[in-house]
Design a protein around this ligand. Structure first.
Ligand code: NOJ
Length: 562
């Protein structure tokens, strides 16, 4: 038996080792998984249906973990899987600590966590803090009477001179105020009227909500994508928003976005996550006009680096131009505080497919490769949207097939968000191998040719292009950790930049144009082609002058930069 004193010394040493040395390693900000990994956004309804009801589910996701692992994915973000009346397809949550039966059970979810973790894939959930479903029991109580203890968990106001309490407009159009006949007051909803906004000034609500977050963290969830973080707090005086030129559509969100309390809550959330090891949060930020990088970056900064990352949507909204992309990227990086971290994204469930942006028009597959090379060689964590890796197109839906309430409301001017949410195309089999029965949204009819199975087998496919780039991002620290420095800033359709880390030095050359371009590169060292749309790997490359082929994307390695 080990003598008592030795035992105590060993115990103390082990304690010190685990507490300080291991924790040191885990909290080394340069090596956190979400900084060097690639994250894949799954829209669960459309990923894989395991039980033949036409809707994707958690067991379906489990069945595709090998696929994700083979692609090289480090983390998945699931759009909401909580119980929901599905007015906004899950972004109207009726219970924060359960799984909607359409997606499975808590047991399925735990199994997903375990299975994903065993493959070194982290799992991020969606966190909708701004609002709940009107069917959430909290809201049922809140609307039951003016003196219900949960009345103040939501935002209730009396009308003003027979009108709504102020002039604020919802993100989806119309007043944010909905009159409740029973209690004769208005409640506030920033999105659909079925999504009532929570009152984050109420301490009880805050405490209860944060306990709910702990529920998932204790279970092992690796982080959250936080829905519209910048809208969650409102002006306490409910002042009218300014309306430039009297045009209601131009209403500024002065008093219902980016209020100081939103930053405080972001900071509190971050500090809760920091109590656990290696958890993360990435913020979605809404702005008018959309894609305001400065607002997104302010959530990394103003809240004392509150969010680990925030989405900058500017790349999604740019026309196809090397110069415009360059300016967006440079602006984005310049806004990120020293201790912050960028992430980059080209598509999500609210916008058109990257492959099919209407302004891309011709040469879509070539542009998809150029944009994939860009996304996966930029500084900052790449977020891929399911199906982009095989070049899935926007769904072409008939009016009767539209399910997104926004599409129903604004047809034919805006056909809604369904077009970027069609079922994943796994095989050439019926329903694209997504389900055994008719899916909730039609599978794009190009699935017999355009599907995962056929692309996995084809060395030259977009899927294998993504897969190689992801593998290279893991192989070269310069790509995940390195500095980014531009060499050619979009002039003449050419974007060239360096990624450097310690002795690694890589150059990325992207030709956004459909013409051959003479490119004069600074410096004159010899490198080798690592990966290219047009050149043979391992070929020598002499950096001084090159002719870039139309839509060429090439990655070059230079030997020891010393
Ligand atoms: C942003 C989400 O991305 C979108 O899909 C949703 O409709 C709104 N937030 C409301 O939750």
């Amino acid at each position: 038996m080990v003598p008592n004193i030795t035992y105590h010394i060993m115990f103390i040493c082990t304690f010190v080792y685990t507490k300080y040395i291991l924790v040191e390693v885990h909290t080394d900000n340069n090596w956190l998984w979400w900084k060097h990994g690639v994250i894949y956004h799954i829209y669960p309804r459309s990923f894989s249906d395991s039980n033949g009801d036409g809707i994707g589910d958690i067991r379906g996701i489990i069945s595709k973990l090998d696929y994700l692992s083979n692609l090289g994915i480090d983390g998945i973000w699931l759009s909401p899987v909580y119980p929901s009346p599905m007015v906004d397809f899950g972004y109207d949550i009726a219970n924060y600590q359960q799984i909607d039966p359409v997606f499975g059970t808590l047991t399925d979810f735990r199994e997903l966590l375990d299975a994903a973790h065993s493959k070194r894939i982290r799992v991020i959930m969606d966190l909708v803090m701004n609002h709940t479903s009107e069917k959430h029991p909290w809201f049922t109580e809140s609307r039951s009477s003016r003196d219900n203890p949960k009345r103040d968990w939501y935002i209730w106001k009396k009308g003003k001179r027979g009108n709504t309490p102020n002039n604020w407009k919802t993100v989806f159009g119309g007043s944010v105020w909905e009159y409740d006949h029973k209690t004769q007051e208005y409640y506030l909803h920033t999105f659909f009227k079925e999504q009532a906004d929570l009152n984050w000034h109420n301490e009880d609500l805050k405490r209860t909500f944060f306990n709910g977050i702990k529920f998932w963290l204790d279970m092992g969830v690796d982080g959250f994508r936080v829905d519209v973080i910048n809208l969650i707090s409102k002006d306490t005086h409910f002042r009218d928003n300014p309306i430039p030129f009297g045009i209601p559509l131009l209403q500024k969100l002065r008093y219902n976005s980016n209020m100081p309390e939103s930053y405080n809550i972001a900071r509190e959330l971050r500090s809760l996550l920091d109590d656990y090891s290696e958890r993360m949060c990435v913020a979605e930020v809404y702005s008018v006009p959309p894609g305001d990088s400065a607002v997104a970056a302010s959530y990394l900064d103003k809240g004392h680096n509150a969010m680990n990352m925030a989405f900058d949507f500017s790349l999604m909204l740019r026309g196809w131009s090397a110069r415009k992309y360059f300016h967006s990227i440079r602006k984005w990086y310049s806004l990120i505080p020293e201790s912050g971290w960028a992430c980059n994204v080209l598509s999500n469930h609210d916008l058109h497919r990257n492959f099919d942006r209407f302004w891309y028009r011709r040469n879509k597959i070539e542009k998809a490769r150029v944009s994939a090379m860009l996304l996966l060689t930029l500084k900052g964590t790449p977020f891929l949207y399911y199906g982009d890796e095989i070049g899935m197109r926007n769904a072409r839906l008939k009016r009767k097939e539209i399910l997104d309430p926004l599409g129903k409301l604004f047809w034919p001017f805006f056909k809604g968000r369904d077009k970027g949410r069609s079922p994943m195309q796994w095989t050439h089999e019926e329903h694209g191998g997504f389900s055994d029965c008719k899916p909730w949204l039609p599978v794009n009819d190009d699935y017999p040719e355009l599907n995962v199975r056929s692309q996995e087998r084809d060395k030259g496919s977009l899927f294998n292009f993504y897969r190689t780039l992801i593998a290279l991002r893991k192989r070269y620290k310069a790509l995940s950790k390195g500095e980014w420095s531009p060499l050619i800033r979009g002039k003449n359709g050419i974007l060239v930049y360096l990624r450097e880390f310690e002795l690694e030095k890589l150059m990325v050359i992207l030709n956004f144009s459909s013409r051959r371009k003479k490119v004069e590169l600074p410096g004159n060292s010899t490198g080798k082609i690592v990966f290219s749309t047009h050149r043979v790997q391992e070929d020598e490359f002499f950096s001084e002058m090159m002719i870039a082929e139309p839509f060429e994307a090439t990655l070059i390695e230079f030997p020891e930069a010393a």
